[in-house]
Design a protein around this ligand. Structure first.
Ligand SMILES: [Zn+2]
Ligand SMILES: [Zn+2]
Ligand SMILES: [Zn+2]
Length: 490
C-alpha cells in the first residue's frame, strides 16, 4: 500500500516546504523548535508567572519544607519536573529600556513608598495627610538654545522674523513647528554654541546641590520660626522623597515631595505655626540661595552650580494645584513620581550601561547631542582636577551619578520591605498552596544558576505575554479603587 504522502504531488509539496524552511529567519526556525519542544506549555506558564520578563534568570534546584518538630517532609518542590529542569525568575531590572515588565513592578513599589509617605500606610500613620506637604519640581538652567515642542500650529520654535546668525554662521531662530515625536526636539540650534562642559558639570554636582538645598530648607525654616538650627530637631523633622527625570535636552530635573513632621517623625504632629504656605516660602528661598561648586580646573575655572529659573512649588491637596492637568491629590503625586523611576537616560537616546572607551562613544547609535554630552564627560573625566566628579564612570548617564529615587529614612517604607512582602507571597504561591501557619517549619534549599536571557523566539513570546498582561491591567485600571492602586502599577 502506498502512503498518501508518497505521491509525486506530495513529494513536490514536501520539497516546496523544505525549500521554504531554508529561507526562514532565525527567529522563525527557533519558534518552530520552541513550540515543538516538550514542556512548552509549562514554560509558557513560567513566563506568565514572571510577567513576561525580558531577561529571565534560570535556576535549577529544590526546596524541601519539613515539620521542624517531627522532621516529616511537608512539601517538596524541585525543578527536575520543569522543562529543561530549570525555573525562570524575574531579572528585576528597574529600567524599562532593559525589561519593561520588571520596571513596571519597580514603578509599583515606588508608587507605594511615595504614597505611604503622603497618605500613610505601610507603617506610616494616616495622620501625615494633615502635615504640610509640597510637591516641588527643580530644573537645570539653560546651557544653550534647543529646539522645543510647539504645542499649537500658530506657535513656532524660536521665532525670529529678522533672521540673525550665531558666530558659527547658523541661524539663531528656527520658525518651525515640532511635535513631541520630532527628533529635533531637545537638540541644540547650534551644537558649537551649546555649553556642553557647563551641562555635564551641572549634572556632576546636582546631588551636592540637592543636599545643599535640603540643608538650607531646614536652616530657613528655623529662621522663619525664630529658633536656632540646632534646636530645630526638637520642634520638627523635614523629610524628602525625590526622583530625577531626563528631559529631552538631556538635562535632568527633579521632582520632590517635602513633608514636615513632628520631632519624633511621621506619627508626631508638626508645630501648628508651620503651614504649607510658610514651607513654600522657605523652599523657594532655599532653592534660590542654594549653590554648589566644581573643583577649579585650568581653562574651565570653577563652575558655580545653581537651579534653573523654572521652579515649581505646589502644596499637595490645595484645591487649585494641578500637574499636567491632573488635580494634585496624594494619589496623583505618587503616580507621577512612580512614572519616572523606570525612565532613564535611555529615554533621551542615551544608554543604560557604563562606557569603557572614547571609541565606544563614537560607535554608539545615539544623537549628535547625546554623543557630544558623553564625549564631554569623557574629555573632562581625563582632567586631573575633576577626578572627584568621576565623569568617565558616569558618561553613560551624561555625568549625573545620583540615584533615580532617593528619600529620607523617615519618609516611608523601603523597597526592601516591599520586596520581602512580595517574595513571601511568591514563595507560597509558587509552591502550590500554603503550609499551615501554626506549624513550625524548616526549609532546606539548594539552588544553582543555569543561564539567563531569551532565545529570539522566546523573547518574542515573552514580549507578547507582557503586552497581554499590561492590556488586561489597563482594562482593570478603571475599575480599581484607590486602595488597589498597587495593581495599577504592578
Ligand atoms: Zn525582567
Ligand atoms: Zn526648532
Ligand atoms: Zn553657533
Amino acid at each position: 500500500m502506498t502512503s498518501p504522502w508518497d505521491t509525486p504531488r506530495a513529494r513536490r509539496s514536501a520539497l516546496e516546504i523544505a525549500g521554504r524552511l531554508r529561507t526562514l529567519s532565525e527567529t522563525e526556525r527557533d519558534m518552530i523548535r520552541l513550540v515543538g519542544a516538550p514542556g512548552f506549555r509549562r514554560w509558557l506558564d513560567q513566563i506568565h508567572n514572571i510577567g513576561g520578563c525580558a531577561d529571565p534568570i534560570y535556576l535549577a534546584g529544590r526546596t524541601i519544607t519539613r515539620d521542624a518538630v517531627t522532621g516529616a517532609v511537608m512539601r517538596v518542590y524541585t525543578t527536575a519536573n520543569e522543562p529543561g529542569g530549570v525555573l525562570a525568575l524575574r531579572c528585576g531590572n528597574r529600567r524599562d529600556t532593559r525589561c519593561a515588565p520588571c520596571s513596571r513592578i519597580h514603578a509599583g513599589d515606588t508608587f507605594h513608598l511615595v504614597r505611604a509617605g503622603l497618605l500613610g500606610g505601610k507603617e506610616v500613620p494616616s495622620t501625615v495627610t494633615g502635615h504640610p506637604r509640597l510637591f516641588v519640581t527643580l530644573t537645570a538652567p539653560g546651557f544653550g538654545a534647543v529646539h522645543r515642542v510647539t504645542d499649537s500650529r500658530d506657535r513656532k520654535c524660536r521665532p525670529r522674523r529678522d533672521g540673525g546668525e550665531c558666530p558659527h554662521g547658523r541661524p539663531i531662530g528656527c520658525n518651525q513647528v515640532h511635535s513631541e515625536a520630532d527628533p529635533r526636539v531637545g537638540q541644540p540650534i547650534c551644537g558649537r554654541c551649546y555649553d556642553y562642559a557647563a551641562h555635564v558639570l551641572w549634572h556632576a554636582k546636582t546631588g551636592a546641590l540637592w543636599n545643599r538645598t535640603t540643608i538650607l530648607i531646614r536652616r530657613h525654616l528655623a529662621a522663619a520660626m525664630g529658633i536656632t538650627q540646632r534646636t530645630l530637631n526638637s520642634h520638627l523633622r523635614v523629610s524628602f522623597a525625590k526622583v530625577a527625570e531626563y528631559q529631552k535636552r538631556g538635562a535632568i530635573h527633579l521632582h520632590a515631595v517635602v513633608r514636615v513632621d513632628g520631632p519624633s517623625g511621621p506619627e508626631d504632629a508638626p508645630p501648628s505655626e508651620v503651614t504649607a504656605e510658610i514651607l513654600e516660602t522657605v523652599v523657594r528661598s532655599a532653592v534660590e540661595a542654594a549653590e554648589a561648586r566644581t573643583p577649579y580646573a585650568p581653562g574651565l575655572g570653577e563652575h558655580i552650580i545653581r537651579w534653573g529659573a523654572e521652579i515649581d512649588v505646589h502644596a499637595i491637596h490645595s484645591v487649585h494645584s494641578e500637574i499636567d492637568g491632573v488635580p494634585m491629590t496624594d494619589e496623583a503625586v505618587a503616580a507621577y513620581i512612580a512614572k519616572y523611576v523606570s525612565k532613564s537616560v535611555g529615554e533621551v537616546g542615551g544608554i543604560d550601561r557604563r562606557i569603557a572607551s572614547a571609541g565606544e562613544i563614537d560607535r554608539l547609535r545615539i544623537s549628535p547631542h547625546v554623543r557630544a554630552l558623553m564625549g564631554t564627560c569623557w574629555r573632562l573625566g581625563g582632567v586631573v582636577e575633576l577626578a572627584p566628579l568621576r565623569l568617565r564612570l558616569w558618561a553613560h548617564a551624561l555625568g549625573y551619578r545620583g540615584h533615580v529615587l532617593t528619600k529620607s529614612r523617615r519618609y516611608s517604607t523601603t523597597y526592601e520591605q516591599l520586596r520581602a512582602v512580595r517574595a513571601e507571597y511568591r514563595k507560597t504561591k509558587a509552591a502550590g498552596g500554603s503550609v499551615p501557619a501554626d506549624v513550625p517549619t524548616e526549609i532546606e534549599s539548594a539552588w544553582r544558576y543555569v543561564r539567563s536571557g531569551h532565545t529570539p523566539a522566546e523573547a518574542e513570546i515573552a514580549a507578547g505575554v507582557s503586552q497581554d498582561l499590561s492590556r488586561s491591567r489597563d482594562i482593570g485600571r478603571s475599575e480599581l479603587s484607590n486602595e488597589e492602586g498597587r495593581r495599577v502599577y504592578g
